[in-house]
Design a protein around this ligand. Structure first.
Ligand code: ATP
Length: 289
């Protein structure tokens, strides 16, 4: 008698929590009190993904320039890795693209249009972000994958899960896609959370991708599998990678070395390793050479 009653109780408790978690996440992504759409900002459809930063300068309002005179052009479909010491400005460069912050000087355009002339919502619908800390809300795996595409069909969700190599994880769970995760549900491992985040982006299918590579250690095999999924994900999309590992850097079409908010070197791995500059030093330090 008590067990079913207890279960009903748990479900009743869990349901609003799941919704509340979902709401919080939606609000977190949508609330941007300081940055609003310009009057006359236009809705953009699917962009191609040609990105140009022109003479960009930025400070966080502290009076200290974090970026200055930054020029960067990324062609549609290209993968560019940003490397450089901690605090160099890699994350800042990427957060200006979805307009988490506004440039202080200069401009950023996509397909020739200033991103300030696009509505925030339509701009962001073109950008997928995979971050180190995956935000999951209390709810089912299905809801967590379909966040951002609530109209997705069962098949689309399963296909996204397959492409993110999450299929076997889901198959092993008690209720498959309907398994509840989070505090009161099944706890996912770091690698599984990363895959879920990747599945989300496969489903969203944006032309532009920002990958903030995880610095926290996953075991080598998981790391390799995730790396492979990320490389599948970036296929055919303009990708900016905040890179910490040599593996990702080697896959990039182009590497930019960022220091003190400026791009100090640029080229592919072979070219940069052959020249006696900062990249070679960073590479030597990382590979233990
Ligand atoms: P890491 O490799 O450690 O992630 P990074 O190259 O991504 O570093 P950023 O995070 O872009 O560097 O930081 C660039 C500079 O901006 C640093 O000096 C940092 O302290 C500062 N900074 C970053 N975020 C903020 C913020 N929200 N407010 C004020 N200063 C900030």
């Amino acid at each position: 008698f008590f067990r079913p009653l207890d279960m009903i109780n748990t479900v009743i408790e869990m349901y609003p929590k799941g919704l509340a978690g979902f709401e919080r996440y939606r609000k977190f992504l949508e609330t941007e009190p300081d940055i609003a759409d310009r009057p006359g900002a236009g809705v953009v459809d699917r962009l191609k993904g040609d990105i140009v930063y022109r003479d960009v300068a930025f400070d966080y309002g502290t009076g200290r320039r974090v970026l200055s005179g930054l020029n960067l052009a990324v062609k549609a479909g290209e993968t560019v890795a940003l490397v450089g010491p901690s605090g160099a400005g890699k994350t800042t460069i990427c957060s200006l693209l979805p307009r988490f912050y506004e440039v202080s000087e200069g401009s950023i355009s996509i397909d020739g249009m200033d991103i300030r002339d696009m509505t925030m919502k339509s701009l962001r619908s073109n950008i997928g972000i995979v971050q180190q800390d995956v935000f999951l809300f209390a709810g089912t795996i299905r809801e967590n994958i379909a966040y951002g595409r609530l109209d997705a069909s069962e098949n689309e969700i399963l296909e996204a899960a397959r492409r993110a190599r999450l299929e076997s994880v889901i198959a092993a769970l008690p209720s498959g896609l309907d398994t509840v995760i989070g505090e009161r549900g099944v706890k996912l491992s770091g690698g599984q959370k990363q895959r879920l985040a990747i599945a989300r982006i496969f489903l969203k299918n944006p032309p532009i991708l920002i990958l903030d590579e995880a610095t926290s250690a996953l075991d080598t095999e998981t790391e390799r599998a995730i790396q492979q999924s990320l490389s599948d994900l970036s296929e055919g999309r303009t990708t900016l990678v905040i890179a910490h590992r040599l593996a990702t850097i080697a896959n990039a079409d182009r590497i930019l070395v960022v220091e003190d908010g400026r791009i100090v070197e640029e080229g592919n791995h072979a070219v940069l390793v052959a020249s006696d500059g900062r990249y070679r030093q960073l590479h030597a330090a990382q590979s233990g050479a």
